[in-house]
Design a protein around this ligand. Structure first.
Ligand code: NDP
Ligand code: ZN
Length: 352
């Protein structure tokens, strides 16, 4: 029994699928805790109806228990509890050595759950190349902390990495849903000075401040680039991390970053063919502003590093969790909550 794209682009629902067959490096696992993601909603309804989504199981954030391992798996055995990253590359493709592990041949092709593998919203799912992609759940680590490492932490922290935040720098984090909140925490851990955040939900604002945000701006109260410029003596900020919004938000980010600064995008855009770059703010193409964006890093070592941050008390990502469900059947209301995004939601989890 699994929950996924029943009519790609239009309908998500329950389906029956065969238990996945594992290869020699893979593990068959059953979920312990899963978390729906905004990207599941993008995949289900906003990227059209590509053939690979036909009858595809959704979900890419999970802690799981190992049920069976392939003959070549060395570090995991049935009964082990593991943390599964959202991004599970095929480390045996030589072209992975040419580029970021998130992209082997095509953009984001290491985001295999939903794109080329059935996801985690199921009684059982497959972890490809378990030794390289799964991390042991550290003894005694609460599930609700560890499950936030799979995607929210690695993505938000990647925003801070892409922005190359240095001590004392001013940073704008646009969007303070769970991803943006982790970007705030990551920016502060990398030594940011002033951290200005853009969002309106009060519970997100409260947690942004707990993680170290210094100023809050509402995109509902006028142009955010103008607001940031007004608050920085017209200079703009050193770095921008985009974790929400639309094409206009991207243009605003280019405008609010100072010449030579970096705009780091971790937002997933849908529904527009391209993103605007305002020419004046771009210095007619000559402003030395760096614009980049990236899918979250995955794989075993990335998960182990995220878990080390939690284990050593550097960050408590369980602050993101606002709603807790129990039982596989509750994946549906948890997913629907992610579709509707009620005002009090930050992140739901489901104990399976
Ligand atoms: P949420 O919907 O929970 O949060 C979005 C945030 O953006 C909210 O703070 C919202 O404000 C704000 N926002 C909405 N509209 C605007 C606007 N016009 N201008 C400025 N801010 C705006 O999303 P998540 O945190 O769950 O995810 C954020 C994005 O990250 C998604 O696109 C998701 O798909 C993507 N993602 C990317 C990954 C990667 O690897 N790069 C991995 C995982 C997710 P308000 O407070 O008003 O709601
Ligand atoms: Zn995700």
């Amino acid at each position: 029994k699994a929950f996924g794209c029943t009519v790609p682009g239009k309908e998500a629902g329950w389906m029956e699928k065969a238990v996945p067959a594992i290869g020699p490096y893979d593990a068959l696992v059953k979920p312990i805790v899963i978390a729906p993601c905004s990207s599941d909603v993008h995949n289900a309804f906003e990227i059209g109806s590509p053939a690979f989504l036909n009858n595809r199981v959704l979900g890419h954030e999970a802690l799981a228990e190992v049920v069976e391992v392939g003959a070549e798996v060395k570090d995991f055995k049935p009964g082990d509890k593991i943390v599964v990253p959202a991004v599970t590359p095929d480390w045996r493709q030589p072209s992975i050595q040419d580029t970021y592990h998130q992209h082997i041949k095509n953009p984001n092709d290491s985001f295999r759950y939903a794109f080329s593998l059935d996801g985690v919203f199921a009684e059982f799912f497959l972890v490809p190349d378990a030794d390289m992609n799964a991390a042991h759940l550290p003894d005694g680590m609460p599930y609700e902390k560890a499950v936030m490492a799979c995607d929210m932490m690695t993505t938000g922290f990647h925003g801070a990495e892409l922005a190359e935040i240095g001590f004392g720098e001013s940073v704008a984090v646009i969007g303070i849903g769970p991803v943006g909140l982790m970007a705030v925490a990551g920016a502060v851990l990398r030594g940011a000075g002033r951290v200005m955040v853009v969002g309106t939900r009060q519970n997100c604002i409260n947690i942004a401040r707990e993680y170290g945000a210094t100023d809050v701006i509402s995109y509902k109260e006028g142009d955010i680039a103008k607001q940031i410029k007004a608050m920085t003596d017209r200079k703009g900020v050193d770095k921008v991390i985009i974790a929400g919004g639309n094409a206009d938000t991207f243009a605003a980010a280019v405008t609010m970053v100072r010449p030579g600064g970096i705009v780091a995008n971790i937002n997933f855009y849908t529904g527009v063919p391209s993103l605007p770059i305002p020419l004046l703010a771009w210095g007619s193409g000559l402003s030395h502003k760096t614009l980049r964006g990236g899918l979250c890093p995955g794989g075993r070592r990335r998960m182990e590093k995220m878990l080390a941050m939690i284990q050593n008390g550097r960050v408590d990502p369980s602050r993101l969790i606002t709603h807790t469900f129990r039982g596989l059947a509750e994946v549906e209301p948890a997913f629907q909550m992610m579709v509707k995004k009620p005002g009090d939601l930050i992140k739901p989890i489901v104990y399976i």
